[in-house]
Design a binder for this molecule. Structure first.
Ligand code: NAP
Length: 440
């Protein structure tokens, strides 16, 4: 007998789990349930549009979707179209792979002013995620502040200053490119509450800022240490040394070399967003780093700006029917096990850190657990019906399921729309537009 598995979420964690299940030692039937018509989660909606090499992994996910054991149920929202409790009745195992789609909140005074956006929203907007189509950030500004020193902060700063030519070959949403291209923005401040050695930038991403067509990165020599401490973990030390070398280069750059600038501002803890209804400046307190923590020095300074992107990390949302640790922002689990027949993988399991491939081991581990936990039950004929129960329920409720062939039609229409532009696709950015392709 077959073990029936529902995976909720079609991002990297979901697909790695599906792949590990199919290639594991058990007879499985795997259904991937996704709220949007389009698959691939962060690959489509999070990874920067000018990082097409990273997005190529979607081809591997496509191979997984095409296994005969796997079926894609797009445009199906759990706890709206079908509840988690119902899925647990229908399937032997349910795997939560829903990621961390929300922003960690900036809680300083003024953070609710117009012109302040979280990075999940801003990244979703430029990537054409339907949830953020209407964000329409006001880019009729001269300066922007990005808060945070992670790779998402780098992505936001870089995308803000790119030109249409620089974005050739990317799949940025058309509405975002049009606004970014014509924005009078000249200065982006990339601010970190700690120092250059504490930044979470990876080398390639930091180096990339030195190669932009119309922006020059600038660091301040007096904020850069002479060397990296010897007692650092060797891997972290190598990363910090390379980042420091890049920042030293950036400290010698000519601010007028290109029309736009990205300024690194370290030791800067945001304390308030200033302005009337709209942001006009960010007030910072200068810090020093003591035992790895930012400590305020009492010195305040302001950076005038018309836009703030808080790239201070993502957060998972609670799911009705599953436990949630609100403080940690994850589903409490033991190495991916949540409850009988309920598992978690990816960012909802361990928090929003790591690169795309970091999700693979989560999937492998949970696939092994599922195989162990259900092999005997399935062999004794006790398995649950899986899709044989789900499909009629969705039909009865009038849910318009987008299957993988449907997605391929939507994708083909996106590719056709981009023909002649040199870009891989022009995304549809609303669900009705996507579904209309299927009606044609
Ligand atoms: P991240 O790497 O955790 O960085 C978050 C940044 O926000 C840190 O600099 C952190 O400072 C700062 N921060 C947090 N709370 C703050 C507060 N209240 N005030 C001021 N600063 C605050 O998160 P991320 O940039 O969202 O990235 C998420 C994951 O995706 C990371 O693992 C990242 O590497 C990965 N990613 C990778 C790529 C790529 O490989 N190209 C691209 C995008 C994302 P502290 O360090 O002081 O806490």
């Amino acid at each position: 007998m077959t073990i029936t598995v529902a995976i909720i979420g079609s991002g990297p964690a979901g697909f790695y789990t599906a792949d590990a299940l199919v290639n594991g030692g058990c007879d499985v039937q795997v259904d991937i349930i996704e709220r949007l018509p389009t698959p691939y989660g962060l690959i489509r909606g999070g990874v920067a549009p000018d990082h097409q090499t990273t997005k190529k992994v979607a081809r591997k996910y496509e191979q997984t979707a095409l296994f005969e054991q796997v079926r894609y149920f797009g445009n199906v929202e759990v706890n709206k179209d079908v509840s988690l409790a119902e899925l647990r009745e229908m399937y032997d195992a349910v795997v939560l792979a829903v990621g961390a789609p929300s922003d960690r909140k900036l809680t300083i005074p003024g953070a609710d002013k117009a012109g302040v956006h979280g990075s999940a929203a801003f990244v979703g907007w430029y990537n054409g995620h339907p949830d953020f189509r209407d964000l329409e950030p006001d880019l009729n500004i001269r300066a922007a502040v990005v808060i945070g020193n992670g790779n998402v902060a780098l992505d936001c700063a870089r995308v803000l200053v790119r030109s249409r030519e620089g974005m050739a070959g990317a799949d940025i949403a058309a509405h975002a490119m049009a606004m970014i291209e014509t924005a009078p923005l000249t200065d982006v401040y990339l601010t970190g509450r700690r120092g250059p050695l504490d930044a979470k930038f990876t080398n390639v991403e930091l180096r990339e800022l030195g190669e932009l067509e119309r922006a020059v990165p600038l660091a301040r020599a007096e904020q850069l240490p002479d060397s990296v401490p010897d007692d650092m973990d060797p891997r972290d030390k190598r990363l910090a040394e390379r980042n420091l070398a890049n920042l030293r280069d950036y400290a010698t750059n000519d601010p007028d070399a290109k029309p736009k600038r990205i300024h690194f501002e370290f030791f800067a803890q945001p304390v308030a967003i200033l302005g009337d209804d709209r942001v006009e400046a960010v007030s910072f307190e200068r810090t020093r780093v003591v035992d790895g923590r930012a400590e305020g020095t009492g010195e305040l300074f302001e950076i005038p700006c018309g836009l703030v992107i808080a790239a201070i990390g993502y957060r998972s949302d609670p799911i009705e029917g599953a436990p949630f640790d609100d403080k940690a922002g994850i589903i409490p689990n033991r190495d991916g096990r949540v409850d009988d027949g309920l598992y978690a993988v990816g960012w909802i399991k361990r928090g929003p850190t790591g690169v795309i491939s970091s999700n693979r081991p989560d999937g492998v581990t949970v696939a092994e657990y599922i195989c162990q936990d259900f092999k005997a039950i399935a062999e004794n004929g006790g398995g649950k019906p899986g899709r044989a129960a789900l499909a009629p329920v969705l039909e009865e409720r009038g849910v318009r399921v987008v299957n993988f062939d449907d997605w391929k039609k939507i994708e083909a229409a996106e590719v056709a729309r981009a023909e002649g532009s040199g870009n891989p696709r022009e995304k549809f950015v609303t669900v009705p537009e996507m579904l209309k392709v299927l009606d044609a």
